[in-house]
Design a protein around this ligand. Sequence first.
Ligand SMILES: Nc1nc2c(ncn2[C@@H]2O[C@H](COP(=O)(O)OP(=O)(O)OP(=O)(O)O)[C@@H](O)[C@H]2O)c(=O)[nH]1
Ligand SMILES: [Mg+2]
Length: 186
Amino acid sequence: MGACFHKALPKSLLLVGLDRAGKSCLLTWLEPPSAGVVCVAPTVGLRRTRIDWTSVEMGRVRFDVWDMAGHGRYRSLWSLYCAHVHAIMFVVDALDTPRLGVARQELWLLLHHKAFADRTVPVLVFLNKSEAATALSTRDAERALDLHQWKGPWRVEACSAVTGGGIEAGVRWLVTSLLEPLDVKL
Ligand SMILES: Nc1nc2c(ncn2[C@@H]2O[C@H](COP(=O)(O)OP(=O)(O)OP(=O)(O)O)[C@@H](O)[C@H]2O)c(=O)[nH]1
Ligand SMILES: [Mg+2]
């Protein structure tokens, strides 16, 4: 995939995670102010948004982000987009440790989808709400989600949609992963 990466073409990102993890709030940090997103209501179904992400070193990368609703009744929609996405952003609520097991289950249901049987994509886990003193550590999140079992590149980035911390670093990693040829055995 890396070899045919073309910055001018939008990269499709699937933004998933349990309800109230903070997916839509995170996205407001990447969207232009004109997008006018107010982060109060739970997402219904899904929302697509285009983002032009720019950095001095990497230039501009255009993303089409599918912000999927996380409530149980909508989770079956996530896998409909697997075949076409270039990367997955999975958001975990660092304060919601009781539902970590459910988050793990939903993540792996997606990663075991047949769309990933003969290809892989980078998985960026945003450990959101990490500004809180009682937030789960990235190491504990890695373990709880069994991420080392993923055949492609992955990373857990602690972040906060309240302070904005960690979001830029996570997206940078994602862009770098999309630029590099994937070195994996399928
Ligand atoms: N403390 C804290 N609260 C946050 C953070 N990010 C989001 N929230 C709160 O978490 C709640 C859920 O945020 P959303 O962005 O709507 O969550 P979501 O993952 O999009 O939820 P669904 O659309 O239902 O799947 C809101 O009340 C936010 O204010 C964060 O980084 N820290
Ligand atoms: Mg939402």
